[in-house]
Design a binder for this molecule. Structure first.
Ligand SMILES: C[S@@+](CC[C@H](N)C(=O)[O-])C[C@H]1O[C@@H](n2cnc3c(N)ncnc32)[C@H](O)[C@@H]1O
Length: 390
């Protein structure tokens, strides 16, 4: 290891990591008199003027390997260990990533650039293994949703007493999360919303979610939004042809409507939604994305017949969409397409459901595709049936 003293800070070369700066006084601007190539911060090679880096990302605590576990636990307890970054081996030492400088006997603060500061992909169980036992971890769901910067997860009743530690642990592992909330109820209301409780982080339930370059403002406690449906929304949007007039029923905060308006060239997109809070967010999102969408507050049953005819109708209400085909079918232009969502066991069952309901309404459905686009329960999946009328 090469080491050279430069105006109050020391510059070390760690094998594989180029240069690291040690010492606690690095958060200042220093003139350097050596020829080290700095990768940690801005370095103007013309006059060797070094601007100190934003400290936290590259900050590690250097500790002898034999004390590594003891110090790691202390850092964990103090909430200082940065679990989104890797521990680096440095000969007989370990460099533990920390979120802030901390004074522990026998350790020193070092800053490391390059590989060591790269984010590490961590799973929910990786994140929780220090706060939950193996049995407790097995009770946790395998995944959770991240909506904007809010993590929304289900915590089993037995682990409710550990809710705060679970939340804090997620916050320290996943840098993009600023709020951790637990689902208090399942999606059950007419508006398809659920109650949530903030466990850790900022005390809010409002966020901005980004999907395919579009931004969606929403409150996870009073409007439905599933980040898991992004690919399905794009599948549908990509079928929209130029000049089509599109109706999005059950439009929520506007993700289908805005995506279509932004990525395709429809003549018009109309979006109906019953939940007043969701409609307020949809209006905000229409402005935010500069999208040409007409939000309509009201019931699909009564509003649809007032809106004229459409070339494409999207019906993303899997539990009850069948009850609204009576208003959708008469509104569809000749040759137009309906995207109908339902929960069934197989794609064939979904297609059969559409044929049956259309048959009951005196029409014949020509199923173009029936696709699985999400899971609902162990036996049921979210299906989308794309169909025309013949
Ligand atoms: C499953 S969510 C889908 C929201 C949105 N399309 C999305 O993908 O995020 C269904 C939405 O339909 C709305 N809804 C339920 N019944 C309705 C009705 N009769 N008329 C209009 N909207 C309705 C709910 O308020 C909810 O926002």
């Amino acid at each position: 290891m090469c080491e050279s003293e430069v105006v109050g800070i020391s510059v070390r070369t760690i094998p594989g990591y180029k240069n690291a700066i040690t010492g606690k006084d690095t958060a200042m601007v220093e003139k350097l008199s050596c020829g080290h190539e700095f990768i940690d911060g801005k370095f103007n090679t013309d006059n060797l003027y070094y601007t100190a880096p934003a400290p936290v990302e590259n900050t590690h605590l250097r500790v002898e390997r034999k004390r590594g576990e003891e110090v790691r636990k202390k850092l964990m307890a103090a909430g200082v260990l940065d679990r989104a970054r890797k521990v680096i081996r440095d000969g007989d030492y370990l460099l533990l990533p920390v979120k802030e400088e901390i004074d522990l006997p026998g350790t020193e603060i070092v800053r490391v650039a390059g590989k060591g500061s790269k984010m590490r992909a961590l799973s929910l169980s990786d994140s929780l293994k220090d706060v939950l036992s193996a049995e407790e971890l097995a009770m946790m769901p395998r995944s959770f949703d991240i909506i904007g910067d809010i993590a929304v997860l289900e915590i089993p009743e037995e682990l409710m007493s550990k809710g705060k530690s679970i939340g804090e642990s997620l916050l320290s592992t996943f840098k993009n999360i600023k709020v951790v909330a637990r689902k208090k109820t399942s999606v059950g209301t007419e508006y398809r919303t659920r109650e949530v409780e903030v466990l850790a982080g900022e005390p809010r339930t409002e966020t901005t979610h980004k999907e395919y370059g579009c931004l969606y403002r929403l409150d996870v406690s009073n409007a439905y939004f599933s980040p898991r449906l992004g690919t399905e929304r794009m599948r549908v949007a990509s079928q929209v042809k130029e000049d089509e007039r599109v109706l999005v029923m059950f439009a929520g905060v506007g993700p289908y409507a805005i995506l279509i308006a932004k990525k395709r060239k429809p003549s018009e997109v109309v979006a109906i939604e019953l939940n007043p809070s969701a409609v307020e967010y949809m209006k905000e999102n229409v402005k935010l994305n500069k999208a040409k969408v007409v939000p309509v507050l009201g019931d699909v049953k009564t509003e649809t017949p007032k809106l004229g005819r459409f070339d494409r109708i999207i019906m993303p209400l899997p539990k009850d969409a069948g009850d609204f085909l009576d208003v959708a079918l008469p509104t569809l232009n000749k040759g137009g397409v309906i995207h109908y969502y339902t929960f069934t066991g197989t794609t064939k069952e979904a297609a059969d459901e559409v044929r049956k309901i259309c048959g009951g309404l005196g029409r014949k459905a020509d199923v173009l595709a029936s696709v699985e686009c999400g899971t609902y329960s162990p036996c049921l999946s979210r299906m989308c049936v794309d169909f025309r009328l013949i």
